[in-house]
Design a protein around this ligand. Structure first.
Ligand code: IPM
Ligand code: MN
Length: 356
């Protein structure tokens, strides 16, 4: 394949992990005979500082021209504690999601046996947990009508049939490719929007007789995730519930720094780590590049290049086994590796050595 990749490194640790993701992308393309070119574009606080817009038109055009976007992270503390600031890095993220029509956010939650002890949950509960959260990403309260004055404010949780059907379809299809178990998470005892979700899911069930569907209220789902994470195979839910549940899900594996994600929809798909911009670590060469590197694996898999994805996953596992790890997951007495060193080790492992 001939890949055209838009690289959006963003803020904080973004540029450092981005560099490692790009290096892995290049190495795998070389190994498998694909060609790849990169176009870099600004976003987030970096873009606000430079041009006053967290997702400038030029960046949008770069994304539209590309086959895929390799995204890193946005966010800067200087905007976090200022409710009056008119423009915020996160708006760039929302503009990208809307602009590219990225309605399906796929967050796989996988445990790594050697990191299970880092989980806040008991080892026997979390070991082997492996599920996917599918979060609707361009509707609901995030994008519904909003209002705010000094005494009253509201956000509207609006969903149309078309929006619900297309994301549920993604859920059913994923379940079909996995363990055939779909959990639709909603708040249908209270919310009209949730009742429509549930109604449409029930209407669609007969089209997927091989998929077992259950319906769970979001409060119950958040509890179940802690009590029995292995219960889940594929979760599908609306934007706000998905935002909250995926943060919960990401930390129970004990390896948040290893979780990649994909956002797909009408235009160019985006691949990015689940973790944020970790501004305190910026420039220190300590951030874990594995989530970004695994995002590259998801990118290849999206294009049906499963072997390319597999070798990346294998190299990531090998680096963990060899204790080539960034400080937050290093074993006691283990050597010190930085973002760059972990990335370079993985690239070396992926690069065929003609002298051998
Ligand atoms: C996420 C983030 C974003 C969201 C923020 C940064 C806008 O938390 O991707 O989950 O709420 O969607
Ligand atoms: Mn979130």
């Amino acid at each position: 394949m001939d890949f055209k990749i838009a690289v959006l490194a963003g803020d904080g640790i973004g540029p450092e992990i981005s560099e490692q993701g790009v290096a892995v992308m290049t190495a795998v393309c070389e190994k498998f005979g694909h060609t790849v070119s990169y176009e870099y574009a600004i976003c987030g606080a970096d873009a606000i500082d430079k041009v006053g817009d967290p997702f400038p038109e030029e960046t949008f055009q770069t994304c539209l021209r590309a086959d895929a976007v390799l995204f890193s992270a946005v966010g800067d503390p200087k905007y976090d504690n200022d409710p009056t600031s008119k423009v915020r890095p996160e708006q760039g993220l929302l503009a990208m999601r809307k602009g590219l029509g990225l309605y399906a956010n796929i967050r796989p939650i996988e445990t790594f046996d050697c990191l299970v002890h880092k989980s806040p949950l008991k080892d026997e509960l979390v070991r082997g947990a492996d599920f996917i959260c599918i979060r609707e990403l361009t509707g609901g309260m995030y994008f519904g009508e909003k209002y705010q004055d000094n005494d009253r404010a509201y956000d509207t949780n609006v969903y149309t049939r078309g929006e619900i059907e297309r994301i549920l379809r993604v859920g059913f299809e994923y379940a079909r490719r996995r363990q055939h178990h779909l959990t639709v998470v909603d708040k249908a005892n209270i919310l009209a929007s949730s009742r429509l979700w549930r109604q449409i899911a029930q209407e669609m069930e007969p089209q997927y007789p091989d998929v077992r569907v259950d319906y769970m209220y979001v409060d119950n789902a958040s509890m179940r995730m802690l009590q029995e994470p292995r219960f889940f195979d594929v979760i599908v839910t609306e934007n706000t519930f998905g935002d909250i549940l995926t943060d919960e899900a990401s930390c129970i594996t004990g390896s948040m720094g290893l979780l990649p994600s994909a956002s797909t929809g009408d235009h160019t798909p985006v691949f990015e780590p689940v973790h944020g911009s970790w501004p305190q670590a910026a420039g220190k060469n300590i951030a874990n590049p594995l989530a970004q590197i695994l995002s590259v694996a998801m990118l290849f898999e999206y294009f049906g290049l499963m072997e390319e994805g597999r070798v990346i996953r294998e190299a990531v596992r090998a680096s963990l086994d060899a204790h080539v790890r960034t400080p937050e997951i290093q074993v006691e007495g283990g050597a010190t590796y930085g973002t760059r060193e972990v990335g370079e080790w993985i690239v070396k492992r992926l690069t065929p050595n003609p002298s051998l």
